[in-house]
Design a protein around this ligand. Structure first.
Ligand code: GAL
Length: 433
């Protein structure tokens, strides 16, 4: 049976990227240093990117041709402050031009301030473990909002604080590459919470004081996955609970409510309140937790459901589970009743065989949520362009638009053309499942 459905006309559809993954050409960020010591997949380097830093005008035209209404991007801190305390005029002019072009094309920018990367000088001081980390970041936020706040009213402070701290200090995948350092995970998480709370207040204050037009909206992008116990083993249930608490919950409480929960600390470091104008949700997949007697694993090991077929997995082997989007949004809505932006949702699919269905199936979950009064307001597909998938290098193809890395030529995939029609009409015809 085929089904059609519509999304409200004021529901905005677009796509997302992050500077380090697409820009190329920056030698001052920590991922370039990470590439130089061979930590990016296949010895690849962030210096290449998709050459977006030079091709941004062409890319904005493409965004426009694809009827993207909103665009989530990040600014590279090291392009703005390549050396500590030295602010780059060139970096500011570049991003101002990028924002102006987006606005002129009728595309609303949502700007992320911290998307996994930082300047190498900040990394060398100890990154988020250094005593002045929050102070350094806030100086960058202050400078950025003063430099771009007349053009940008919507800000995402920190992308996926949970993935960032986990992959940097527990799994050794991101710089500085530590393994199993739970103390660092907690310390950094606490600092990210505080950095967000301070940024939230600061961005509102600066935009108000300068009389910048447009409603200021500040939030963060939380990575929320579906965690379920593999079976009824008590350790599977315990492990699922602990991982959910430490990977999802303490961040929600911190970033949204301003509350430090055990084991991060106690109380409200920046006062009581609500510190998000929207909750950004990055949703990709589901993990099952299998009992483990290793406390270092929090008593359960995450795994992909062994019973599912390849057709239900993406190119990286992650389960495709659209219903999970419904569940994570409902959970956030039931608790906070704040507007939700899907700040990321996408699929590595080099052959472009699954992407269109993936998009439609996830949008359908949004339609179900909207029917129940859950205020989901935006959908940013990850990603606009093929890009550097951090440690996995350039292999995984997340782009609506294919990038030929030898010529840097762009080619919208068939799914991108279909998605463009959905963005234009807000109508989805013939959903096949
Ligand atoms: C997110 C991240 C993105 C992108 C995506 C696909 O965790 O924010 O930068 O890499 O996953 O894996």
């Amino acid at each position: 049976m085929s089904k059609s459905f519509e999304l409200p006309k004021d529901f905005l559809l677009g796509s997302a990227t992050a500077a380090t993954q697409i820009e190329g050409g920056d030698i001052y960020n920590n991922w370039y240093a990470w590439s130089l010591i061979g930590k990016v997949g296949n010895g690849e380097s962030s210096i290449t990117g998709a050459d977006h830093y030079r091709r941004y005008a062409e890319d904005i035209e493409l965004l426009s041709q694809l009827h993207q209404e909103c665009y989530r991007m990040s600014i590279e801190w090291s392009r703005i402050e390549p050396k500590q305390g030295e602010w780059s005029k060139e970096g500011v002019e570049h991003y101002r031009d990028e924002f102006q072009r987006l606005i002129k094309a009728g595309i609303k920018p949502l700007v992320t301030l911290h998307h996994f990367s930082c300047p190498q000088w900040f990394q060398e001081k100890g990154g988020w473990l250094s005593e002045n980390a929050v102070e350094d970041f806030i100086r960058f936020v202050d400078f950025s909002v003063k430099s771009f706040g007349d053009l940008v009213s919507e800000w995402c402070t920190i992308n996926e604080p949970n993935v960032f701290a986990n992959d940097s200090y527990m799994d050794g995948k991101y710089p500085p590459g530590s393994h199993g350092d739970i103390a660092a995970y907690m310390k950094v998480t606490k600092r990210l919470v505080i950095a967000h709370l301070k940024s939230y207040k600061l961005i509102h204050k600066i935009r108000k004081e300068h009389g910048f037009a447009g409603e200021t909206k500040v939030g963060f992008a939380h990575h929320l996955a579906i965690f379920e116990p593999f079976d009824s083993h008590p350790l599977a249930k315990l492990g699922r609970f602990l991982s959910d608490y430490l990977f999802h919950e303490i961040h929600m409480k911190g970033f949204v409510e301003g509350k430090l929960c055990f084991p991060l600390g106690f109380g409200y470091p920046e006062g009581k309140g609500i510190f998000c104008d929207f909750i950004g949700i990055n949703y990709y997949s589901r993990h099952l937790f299998k009992a483990s007697y290793n406390p270092g694993n929090l008593f359960a090991t995450p795994m992909v459901d062994p019973s599912i077929s390849d057709s239900e997995k993406n190119d990286l082997g992650w389960e495709i589970y659209p219903e999970g989007l419904y569940k994570v949004c409902h959970r956030a809505w039931d608790k906070y009743k704040l507007p939700i932006y899907i700040t990321e949702n996408g699929i590595p699919d080099a052959k472009d065989e699954k992407r269109e269905k993936y998009i439609v199936d996830h949008l359908y979950q949004i339609k179900l949520l909207l029917d129940e009064g859950v205020k989901v307001e935006r959908y940013y597909h990850w990603s606009f362009l093929d890009n550097l998938e951090w440690n996995d290098g350039y292999g995984p193809r997340f782009g609506l638009v294919e990038v030929d890395y030898t010529t840097m030529k762009r080619k919208p995939r068939l799914s991108a053309l279909r998605y463009a029609e959905i963005c234009r009409t807000k109508r989805i015809e013939n959903r096949s499942t």
